[in-house]
Structure formats: C-alpha cells, structure tokens
Design a protein around this ligand. Structure first.
Ligand code: ZN
Ligand code: ZN
Length: 166
C-alpha cells in the first residue's frame, strides 16, 4: 500500500494519521513465506518536524507460523509497535532512513519488514511444546512413544553394546 504524504511535505500540516488494512495474503521473506490469517491492520501517525518525517504505529493481525519444536503450524497474534524515520532528501546517505519518492512511500514493505524482524528465533506453538521424538518422529504433544527409555537409559545402552559384541 502506497501512502502519499504530499500534504505533509507541501502544505503546512505537521501530522497525518493512518488507519489502514493491508491486502497482503502472505509475507515473503528471504527464508520463508508466512501466511496471513487475519488482515494486517496498521494504525499510526506520521509527524513532520522541520525536515524530519517520522512514522509511529502499531501493527495488528494474525499470521501462521511453524513451531520450531514440533513443526506444526500455529496461529500467531501480531501486536507490534514500530518507529521509522523517512526522508525525501535524495542526497541522504543514512541507510536507516526510508526514502520517499514522489511524495509517497510503500507502507506494506515497512510493515512486513517490522513483522519479520519482530518474530522470535525460537517459535513455539506453546511454551511447553514437547516437540517431536528424535527417534521415531512422533509428535509428543499428541501421543507418547516408547523410544526414550530404550535410547536414553545408559544401562540399556550398555546392554545393547554387550549383545552387539557377540
Ligand atoms: Zn510445537
Ligand atoms: Zn519415538
């Protein structure tokens, strides 16, 4: 979604509010494609103080993530506060600034970047997710398996060695 701020830049207003719903059905990152479940809403305000244009807002919505432990998909609520600074100075060398071209900028890109950056490295469907059995692959949240005892009990490991030597 392109947001035009010519009124901020050309006229004497110092503030512009945004309240929009993005159309993104998914977010394509360099590593993955994240499905969007509930539309992403963005509420915020663009402020212009002298030559500095800033954007502060809140991102809400619901996306689908894959659990780092059990690999099942789960719904993840977004509630992200963000802050960006923008410039329409073509000579600006500051890489942290978002460049405004023809009085407008791409809000979708800013919002998607903020969502991707806010995601935890370890994504868990629930705090105590038991994950998958490393031996048989069973989802231990849903059922249990007999693998652990035979594999992790050192006494059994010794017995196994004894038998395999014969
Ligand atoms: Zn899980
Ligand atoms: Zn198992």
């Amino acid at each position: 979604m392109i947001i035009n701020i010519s009124d901020l830049i050309r006229k004497n207003i110092s503030k512009k509010e945004i309240n929009v719903v993005l159309e993104s059905k998914n977010i394509v990152d360099s590593y993955e494609t994240i499905d969007v479940l509930d539309p992403i809403k963005v509420e915020g305000v663009i402020n212009k103080i002298e030559e500095t244009i800033s954007l502060d807002g809140v991102i809400k919505g619901k996306i689908v993530l894959s659990c780092s432990r059990c690999l099942q998909n789960f719904n993840y609520d977004l509630d992200i506060e963000f802050h960006e600074e923008l410039t329409n100075d073509p000579d600006s060398k500051d890489e942290d600034l978002i460049f405004i071209n023809n009085d407008d900028f791409n809000l979708t890109k800013i919002v998607e970047n903020n969502i991707v950056m806010s995601l935890p490295i370890q994504r868990l469907c629930k705090d105590d997710c038991k994950g998958l059995c490393t031996v048989c692959g069973e989802n231990l949240n849903l059922s249990s398996c007999d693998c652990e005892n035979s594999n992790y009990d050192p006494r059994f490991a010794k017995l196994k060695n004894l038998f395999s030597n014969n």
